[in-house]
Design a protein around this ligand. Structure first.
Ligand code: ADP
Length: 499
């Protein structure tokens, strides 16, 4: 009898393999960072071969730690950084160039052209998305435009496209299976989220050959089995979902109205809207949450590009903290941010502003602002940005969201969680196990392989770890939010040519 589900969590900066037991308890974890490439300001790349090699290594290590063989693993579930575009040769498995990462802004001008051509409503109606370099479509087009003969080869079926889960499944199955799941497909800006098909009109508009696209399937189903050489024998691959949808599933947000906010590299607020796709009028995107049991469920999503990575900036560039957890005590050593506001728009602003030309700024500096104020203001910026997407979501829904479930690396910061509860004036509920992204993938794979019984059983696995209750005065809250918005207005359009 298999004892575990193995979740492979392919993050933006690191890969993780986690083994879960039959009660969704973590029995083994192995993690490794992989290199980030920044060829020019605004450009972010990964080497897909490095992602694969590192993921393969951590998977083997996680199994070795508990002396697990392939027969001990009921199934593998994959969750991944979304939108990142990889194009590789079908014959050799060699990528044609580096993967273009979701944060990369190189296609901003092309997106501007699409917007100027009044394509916004068309793309939103079909894909649920807002035209932005963030999504895969324009990145794929860029690759086809910039590598000699790439488009012709793609048309002939010689080149394949995939986001990271597609690439990993392809590698895991020894090049036999070329699939994506609906949640990942819905982030490409090529997928019609209503018909569940690659949209022919969009492919034509963007000059992307359909032949290079993977087959889109449910998020919880058996895609294939691993090449026996990898783990000593075949293991079923039975689940896949984009990291944010996976976290939504891992937080057991199964009912319409259930919402979670993840504080990782970026912040991502998602709310389950059930079988109805809800169209946003406030800068949010409509996305597929998952395909499961013959049904597709949707989510409304607000993304913030820079959150935890602003804390890394404090650590690695400014060098004013030694590690991320230390930011909590430093922030709490001062009463407030002394009027200082940090807008970490390092890669532009996402929801609800959608300005690829915004850049970061520190505002309100006075002679008395010190290191602790700056650290505090940076942490606060995670909560302010989340506040903006939360309010946009409430406007779309016409009602308050209620308690918000949180997770992600930075959610372990108690100062941040309390400040977030204060700003949104709602309770924040952090689970005991914040590995919800990996848990979601494990749940999806566990359901498809029969390792877990049903959603009711999964709900029991989510245990609340801490609840933060708002305690800020209304006037105080209002003042801070006004000042934050003033700061955001200052950074908009900063990097636009000629301005
Ligand atoms: P991802 O999955 O996006 O790679 P994680 O969920 O692993 O990210 O979270 C890592 C991020 O959280 C890093 O950017 C790090 O700076 C931030 N982080 C981790 N711990 C803390 C903390 N205690 N306070 C603030 N930020 C933190």
């Amino acid at each position: 009898m298999a004892k575990y589900i193995m979740a492979l969590d392919a993050g933006t900066t690191s890969n993780r393999a986690i083994l879960f037991d039959e009660k969704a308890g973590i029995v083994s974890v192995s993690q490794a960072e992989f290199p980030q490439y920044f060829p020019e300001p605004g450009l972010v790349e990964h080497d897909a071969e490095e992602i694969w090699a590192s993921m393969r290594r951590v998977a083997v290590q996680a199994m070795e730690k508990v002396h697990a063989g392939y027969e001990d693993i009921a199934a593998i579930g994959i969750t991944n950084q979304r939108e990142t575009a990889i194009v590789w040769e079908k014959e050799t498995g060699k990528p044609v160039g580096n993967a273009i990462v979701w944060q990369d802004r190189r296609t901003a001008d092309f997106c501007d052209q699409l917007i100027a051509n009044n394509e916004t409503a068309f793309f939103q109606d079909r894909t649920g998305l807002i035209i932005d370099p963030y999504f895969s479509a324009t990145k794929i087009r860029w690759i086809l435009d910039h590598y000699e003969g790439a488009r012709e080869r793609a048309e002939k079926g010689e080149l394949l496209f995939g986001t990271v889960e597609t690439w990993l499944i392809w590698k895991l199955t020894g090049g036999r299976v070329h699939v994506t799941d609906y949640s990942n497909a819905s982030r490409t800006m090529l997928f019609n989220i209503h018909t569940l098909k690659w949209d022919k009109d969009i492919l034509e508009k963007l000059d992307i050959p359909g032949a290079m696209l993977p087959e889109a399937r449910e998020s919880s189903c058996i895609y294939g089995a691993t090449d026996p050489e990898l783990f000593g024998g075949p293991i079923k691959i039975a689940g896949a979902a984009g990291d944010q949808q996976s976290a939504l599933f891992g937080q057991t947000c199964f009912e319409p109205g259930d919402a979670k906010n993840t504080y990782g590299t970026g912040c991502f607020l998602l709310m389950n809207t059930g079988e109805e796709p809800v169209k946003s009028s406030n800068g949010l995107v409509t996305t597929i949450a998952w395909g499961l049991d013959g049904k597709v469920e949707y989510a409304l999503e607000g993304s913030v590009f820079v959150a935890g990575s602003a804390i890394q900036w404090l650590r690695d560039e400014l060098k004013i903290i030694d590690n991320a957890p230390q930011s909590e005590a430093i922030a709490m050593s001062v009463f407030d941010s002394a009027g200082c506001y940090v807008v970490p728009a390092f890669t532009g602003l996402a929801a609800p502003h959608w300005d690829p030309y915004a850049r970061g700024a520190v505002l309100g500096l006075t002679r008395g602002v010190n290191r602790a104020h700056l650290v505090r203001a940076t942490l606060e910026s995670l909560a302010f940005q989340s506040y903006d997407v939360l309010k946009a979501m409430e406007q779309d829904l016409g009602k308050p969201l209620g308690t918000i479930r949180t997770d992600g690396g930075a959610s372990s910061n108690n100062f941040l969680m309390q400040f977030q509860a204060d700003l949104v004036n709602e309770k924040i509920d952090r689970p005991a196990c914040v590995e919800t992204t990996a848990m979601g993938a494990a749940f999806l794979a566990g359901l498809a392989s029969g390792f877990y019984k049903d959603k009711e059983e999964l709900k029991k696995f989510r245990v609340s770890g801490a609840v933060f209750t708002p305690s800020m005065e209304d006037a105080d809250r209002e003042h801070r939010i006004n000042m934050w918005h003033k700061a955001v207005d200052c950074v908009k359009g900063w990097a636009r040519e000629g301005e």
